[in-house]
Design a protein around this ligand. Structure first.
Ligand code: HSE
Length: 312
C-alpha cells in the first residue's frame, strides 16, 4: 500500500480584470486529501469526508473527476489498483473561494506523486481544471492553478495545455463571506450565464491593459496600482454585481476604510478587498461584513497569500 496526504489552500479568482486568467491562493481555508493505493480492480472508494464543511459535500465529484481525467485523458492505467480517499473539507462551498478547485488540486498533485507520474505543475493544473467540470459544469483552471502553485498565478488556456506562471506576492486580503450558499447549486454556471457573449473592443482593451498593469505592478512591488486596477473591471463585475445583494454598500464600506481595491471573489458571492497589512485587513473585513449583513448574513475573513499544494 502507498499513501499520501496533500493540503491545498482556497483561492480567489479573477481579481477584477483578470477573469479566468488571474487568481491568488489564500490561507483562510484549506482542504486535505489523503489517498491510498491498494491492490484491486480499478475501484474508487471515498472512505471519509470530514471537517467543518463536510456536510456541504453532496458528491466529491472533483476528486473522482481527477481520477477519471487521469484515466481518460492521460491514459494512466489504474485497472489493477483501488484508490481510497479521505477528504478533509475545510473550504466552504459555493462562496467564491475555489472550494472544489482546492480538492481537485490536492487530488491531482497527490496522485501525480503517488503514481510517480512526475507531472509538471501546468499538467497538474490542466488535469485538476478539467476535473472541475464535474463540479462546476465546465472546466475552470484559475482556482486550481492558484491552489496548485500558490501565491499569485497568471494563466493562458490553450487548446490542450495551460501556460501558467506564478508570481511571488505576499499581502493581506479582507473578505466578506456570506454564511450560506445564497445562490444554491449551479452558482458558477449561473454566474457565467449572466456574462455578455460579445464584448465591445473598447471594454476589452480596458480590461486587458489593466490586467497587464496589475501583473507589472506586482513584479515591481507597486501594490497600490494593483489594487486600483482590481476594481476597474468593465466586463464581468458590472454584470455579476447586480445579482449580489448589497454589493454597492459592501464596496463603499471597504473604500471608506481605505482598502486598496475591491471586487467580487471568483464567481461570488464573497467580496474581496486588497489591504495594506493584517491589521488593516481586519478593519476592512469587519466593515465589509457589517455592510453585507444588512442584506445577507456575512462574516469577516482575513487571508494572507498562501503557498501551493504540498504534502503534509
Ligand atoms: N473565473 C471563474 C469565474 C472562477 O469567475 O467564473 C469560477 O470559480
Amino acid at each position: 500500500m502507498k499513501s499520501i496526504k496533500v493540503r491545498a489552500y482556497c483561492s480567489s479568482a479573477n481579481l477584477g480584470p483578470g477573469f479566468d486568467a488571474l487568481a491568488v491562493a489564500l490561507d483562510a481555508f484549506y482542504d486535505e486529501v489523503e489517498i491510498k493505493i491498494v491492490n484491486g480492480s480499478g475501484k474508487v472508494f471515498i472512505e471519509r469526508i470530514y471537517g467543518p464543511y463536510a456536510e456541504q459535500v453532496k458528491n466529491p465529484s472533483t476528486v473522482t473527476g481527477v481520477i477519471d481525467v487521469l484515466k481518460n485523458v492521460k491514459g494512466v492505467h489504474l485497472d489493477d489498483v483501488d484508490i481510497v480517499v479521505e477528504l478533509y473539507k475545510g473550504v466552504p462551498i459555493g462562496v467564491g473561494l475555489g472550494s472544489s478547485g482546492a480538492s481537485a488540486a490536492a487530488t491531482a498533485y497527490g496522485l501525480s506523486h503517488l503514481l510517480s507520474l512526475n507531472l509538471k505543475p501546468s499538467e497538474v493544473v490542466y488535469i485538476a481544471g478539467l476535473a472541475e467540470a464535474y463540479a462546476a459544469g465546465s472546466p475552470h483552471f484559475d482556482n486550481v492553478a492558484a491552489s496548485t502553485l500558490g501565491k499569485l498565478v497568471v494563466l493562458a488556456i490553450l487548446e490542450k495545455e495551460i501556460i501558467v506562471k506564478q508570481i511571488d506576492f505576499d499581502t493581506w486580503f479582507a473578505i466578506a463571506m456570506p454564511t450560506k450558499n445564497i445562490f444554491g447549486e449551479g452558482k458558477t454556471k449561473m454566474m457565467r450565464e449572466v456574462l455578455p457573449k460579445t464584448v465591445e473592443l473598447r471594454k476589452a482593451v480596458a480590461n486587458w491593459s489593466r490586467l497587464a498593469i496589475m501583473i507589472t505592478s506586482v513584479v515591481q512591488g507597486d501594490i497600490e496600482t494593483f489594487g486600483k486596477m482590481m476594481e476597474l473591471d468593465e466586463i464581468v463585475e458590472p454584470a455579476r454585481s447586480k445579482l449580489i445583494p448589497c454589493y454597492k454598500e459592501v464596496k463603499e464600506a471597504a473604500k471608506k476604510m481605505n482598502s486598496l481595491g475591491v471586487t467580487i471573489s471568483g464567481a461570488g458571492p464573497s467580496i474581496i478587498a486588497l489591504t495594506k497589512s493584517r491589521g488593516h485587513a481586519e478593519e476592512v473585513a469587519e466593515a465589509m461584513a457589517n455592510a453585507y449583513s444588512k442584506c445577507v448574513e456575512a462574516v469577516p475573513i482575513i487571508a494572507r497569500t498562501a503557498p501551493g499544494a504540498h504534502i503534509v
